[in-house]
Design a protein. Structure first.
Length: 692
């Protein structure tokens, strides 16, 4: 009997322990859900989570605002299909009117797919972009983005094309046919609009003209001084001046053609004379006009009359232009020129003298006034730009020189302003600097540094150091990140922040990347088999098109398994439109190579990146880690990223860990991996710990 009582007591203790563990687990789950809710409410997109049965689990404030008309239907546990059905009956979805059941079934079929993307129109007139992806447990994560303004902008552009009095055509470079035409073009050529759209372009030119015209249509810009023999529908031959410009429309390469009848010769000649001295895109004075005006002012300046030349360079424009394409880049330049024009005094001349470089010539203005205007321009261009539905961030840096203090020779003044601009960019972008005599020597010093770097690369004097990646739970080293180092024989250690941009500017980044991959893969073969190698990849390596062959070649030469290599990329790679980045990333993953999204949480980070690309890891930028003990927003972002990583099955790595308390906090939040000086500084391969 005593034994039976002891066993009963033991069973009761076990039951009590199980109950306490369950209670603790439920409290932890409640805290985790609250953290996730707080985190997703910070996101600019609407987000919703559904379970495997299609029932609401969680949604953020933005989602509720987008569907405010249906807010009374939103509740945890309610079926998504039921809210749709009620919304259809009430008329919340205009697209469903007259075909309610068919529309409902189509919408549910999209949600049942592994991934879907489509647009939706609401009763309040808003247009919503919907992206949905199934989770591993059969549930659904949905994103909602309000694209109403984007669609309105596209409609405005379409109307501008259709109502333009100038005959305009869109020529498809691949098919050789006219994709679109405006009514003015149909009237000019004498074809019905539907017949003109889709016709072969060569029918609009005489036979002898077409070979030359076909070549012209493939160029960036046509030469407007040329007259062309055009053929109308009735066989009439007419002469016209046409202008063309390459563009990218709806995924295909096209040439925009504008036709000017030769009978307006005088008007065209006047226009051409204007264009000879002005930039076609922005309407500003061009480089030729700039030089002529500067020379005229300097030659006619009297006494102590000052002339200041300011050179304005747009910061980060090249990255935006490469990512989104020239069409959007042109629109951004036009908007930037408009902002600057509003700040320029009437007595000054604003010019566009290069791709993203502008000049401002001040006359009858003091040096101080010129600097005030320059700083105003910097402030104006640092504000966000909304271009075709994209929020873009650039900036400006300014350098200037003044006559007669610096020089009264126009070419010398231009060179001095350029040196001041370069010095400002080297010190800190978004600033304004005037010329100083020491800048000429600094330019020569940069040239010598370029020569030394090229020599260091050729002689394999660059070295690779490795920083450990540590499992925060066990403390074990799971991998090393390869970091390039340059020890100059005279200057000492030179920061990568100096020589990596230098390599990109010199066109050597691909050779540098190939050297790092080959060397690091070879050295990694000496590590234990479970230790991985992480290598950073420049966006320029993606654009050059040789990345896959370079990576596979390095792995093959070193006989290193692809599963041990992890490539770290930044958002600049993903912002580039077109199929190339996605295709390269998916091909690399097909080989088993890991893909890590570096510096996540900065710049233009978007949840759609995580849904659309096969990442294996997210690296939280160290700026959030260094601030987490002092800023609630940093902690909120960190929790959100960790939660997203877990739900998507991705490893989450925190950079910049320097303090044990930070490590403990991240580990308790569920962060899997860490990197920073707490675990070790970058070291050469031969200095690494023998075993991980």
């Amino acid at each position: 009997m005593k034994l039976e009582l002891d066993e009963g007591a033991l069973a009761g203790a076990v039951d009590m322990h199980a109950f306490q563990s369950l209670e603790e687990a439920m409290k932890a789950a409640t805290r985790a859900e609250q953290r996730l809710r707080e985190a997703i409410d910070l996101l600019p997109q609407g987000i919703v989570f559904l379970d495997a049965e299609g029932r609401y689990i969680l949604w953020n404030q933005q989602y509720a605002e987008i569907y405010a008309v249906s807010a009374d239907l939103l509740a945890p546990g309610v079926r998504f299909a039921d809210t749709l059905r009620v919304g259809v009956q009430r008329g919340d979805y205009p697209e469903a009117v007259g075909r309610e059941e068919e529309w409902l079934q189509e919408r549910l079929a999209r949600m049942a797919a592994p991934a879907s993307r489509h647009e939706q129109r609401l009763a309040n007139g808003r247009r919503i972009l919907i992206e949905e992806r199934q989770t591993s447990d059969g549930g659904t994560i949905g994103l909602r983005v309000d694209i109403t303004e984007l669609r309105e902008s596209e409609e405005a552009s379409r109307l501008l094309f259709e109502r333009n009095p100038v005959p305009m055509l869109v020529y498809d470079l691949d098919s050789g046919r006219i994709r679109s035409a405006n009514p003015a073009a149909a009237e000019y050529f004498g074809y019905p609009l539907t017949e003109l759209q889709g016709c072969a372009a060569h029918t609009l030119f005489t036979e002898c003209e077409w070979p030359r015209a076909e070549h012209m249509l493939s160029l960036d810009f046509s030469e407007q001084s040329q007259a062309w023999q055009m053929r109308k529908a009735n066989g009439e031959i007419t002469e016209a001046v046409i202008s063309t410009r390459l563009s990218q429309l709806e995924g295909y390469a096209a040439t925009i053609i504008s036709v000017f009848d030769i009978t307006a010769r005088r008007r065209i000649e006047q226009r051409m004379a204007y264009m000879a001295r002005h930039d076609e895109l922005t309407g500003l004075a061009n480089r030729t006009h700039c030089r002529e005006h500067l020379r005229h002012l300097l030659e006619n300046a009297t006494g102590e009359e000052t002339v200041t030349l300011a050179l304005i360079d747009l910061d980060h424009f090249k990255a935006v232009n490469d990512t989104y394409g020239h069409h959007l880049g042109d629109a951004l330049l036009t908007d930037a020129a408009r902002r600057m024009r509003e700040l320029v005094p009437a007595s000054s001349l604003l010019c566009r003298i290069g791709g993203d470089e502008f000049a401002l010539i001040f006359s009858r203005s003091s040096r101080t006034q010129a600097e005030i205007v320059s700083r105003s321009i910097i402030t104006a261009l640092s504000q966000p730009f909304l271009v075709q539905g994209n929020v873009l961030h650039i900036g400006a840096t300014v350098g200037f020189a003044t006559s007669p203090y610096d020089s009264s020779d126009p070419e010398t003044l231009l060179r001095y302003a350029d040196l001041a601009l370069y010095a400002a960019k080297a010190e800190k972008r978004g600033t304004c600097r005037s010329f100083e005599s020491g800048m000429d020597a600094a330019a020569q010093e940069k040239t010598r540094l370029e020569i030394d770097f090229r020599k260091a690369l050729q002689n394999k004097e660059l070295r690779i150091h490795y920083q450990p990646l540590v499992n925060l739970e066990s403390g074990a080293i799971e991998g090393y990140e390869a970091l390039l180092r340059w020890h100059h024989p005279v200057r000492g250690d030179i920061s990568p922040d100096v020589f990596i941009p230098l390599a990109e500017e010199m066109g050597l980044i691909e050779a540098v990347g190939r050297y790092v991959l080959q060397t690091a893969c070879r050295q990694a073969t000496d590590w234990p088999e479970h230790i991985k190698l992480a290598v950073n990849v420049s966006p320029l390596q993606f654009r050059n098109g040789n990345l896959i062959s370079t990576v596979i070649g390095a792995l093959s030469a070193a006989n290193l398994p692809a599963e041990r290599l992890e490539l770290e990329i930044t958002e600049a790679v993903l912002m580039e439109k077109g199929p190339r980045p996605a295709a390269i990333i998916r091909n690399l993953r097909a080989f088993g190579i890991g893909i890590s999204l570096d510096d996540f949480g900065t710049g233009y980070s978007s949840l759609s990146y995580l849904l659309n690309y096969p990442f294996t890891k997210i690296k939280i930028d160290k700026s959030f880690i260094l601030k987490l003990q002092h800023e609630d927003r940093s902690r909120a972002v960190i929790r959100a990223v960790i939660g997203l990583g877990k739900s998507l099955g991705l490893t989450v790595t925190a950079e910049g860990i320097e303090d044990p308390s930070v490590r403990d906090y991240l580990r308790d939040e569920g962060c899997m991996q860490g990197q920073g000086f707490l675990f070790g500084r970058p070291a050469a391969a031969e200095e690494l710990s023998a075993q991980a």
